[in-house]
Design a protein around this ligand. Structure first.
Ligand SMILES: [Zn+2]
Ligand SMILES: [Zn+2]
Length: 247
């Protein structure tokens, strides 16, 4: 046992890990994130999804078909994948992280996301990881960018460099919460810029965010990255909002 492991072992006795869902003290065999009851409530994204945006088809009529949204609208990212659906336990944990300023919850969620296999993503194809940026004003208010904490964990796990300053959010926008799909698209339009095109030119990029709701933000980021010369943009989010399938 090295010094860090020894210190972690001591801190686990003094501050035993608690479940992110219900705050119950966790037994070591259950890991450091969720108790078995909460773990069971987490909905991993499995089954049939849109091959582009990753939206889930609850009652899939056929395998591997584009969803209505991807058929109707131009999608700039090549595909978007998420680990879990944004509800119950994960929603609560992400709220603690983002709005409760709980960075230690963030670190646990980041390792949870980094350890996920993303079965249809070949990480060897990518040479750059970029988090969805916050506007400087929001970054000052919050004190951290939740997407960067997730991106760093994936970058470390996959041995891909992360760049957090090249993609910038130069337009301050209203929060997307409470806006409908077309309002979100309009609100986020032109919000991002690439400060150094040389970094992104010709690269396959992984864009990381905490939650995908309608996809408006990630699509605008992907559009900006492609315009700056990126070859391909793939999006990974920790969670995605379930949307009912419509034609
Ligand atoms: Zn629990
Ligand atoms: Zn789709």
């Amino acid at each position: 046992m090295n010094l860090i492991e020894a210190l972690n072992a001591v801190s686990d006795v003094i501050f035993p890990p608690q479940c992110l869902g219900c705050a119950e003290v966790l037994h070591p065999q259950n890991g450091k994130l969720f108790c078995p009851a909460c773990k069971e409530k987490i909905k991993f994204i499995t089954g049939d999804i849109c091959p582009v945006c990753g939206t889930i088809f609850p009652d899939s009529p056929a395998k591997s078909h584009l969803c209505g949204n991807c058929l109707e609208n131009k999608t700039y990212f090549s595909c978007a994948r998420a680990v879990v659906s944004y509800e119950t336990i994960i929603l609560h944990a992400i709220h603690q992280f983002k709005y409760g300023n709980n960075i230690s919850v963030g670190a646990l969620l980041a390792s949870f996301m980094a350890d996920f296999s993303f079965p249809d993503i070949n990480f060897a194809d990518y040479s750059l990881i970029v988090p969805v940026p916050l506007h400087i004003k929001r970054l000052r208010d919050r004190g951290f960018n939740q997407a960067l904490i997730l991106a760093r964990a994936i970058a470390k796990k996959r041995q891909i460099p992360v760049n957090f300053s090249m993609l910038k959010r130069h337009k301050f926008t209203l929060t997307q919460t409470g806006l409908n799909k077309s309002e979100r698209k309009q609100n986020i339009k032109g919000a991002f810029e690439v400060s150094d095109k040389k970094i992104v030119a010709g690269k396959n990029v992984i864009l990381v965010d905490d939650v995908c709701t309608t996809g408006a933000t990630i699509n605008e980021c992907a559009k900006t990255l492609l315009k700056a010369g990126a070859q391909k943009v793939t999006v990974l989010t920790l969670a995605r909002v379930l949307q009912s399938y419509t034609h």
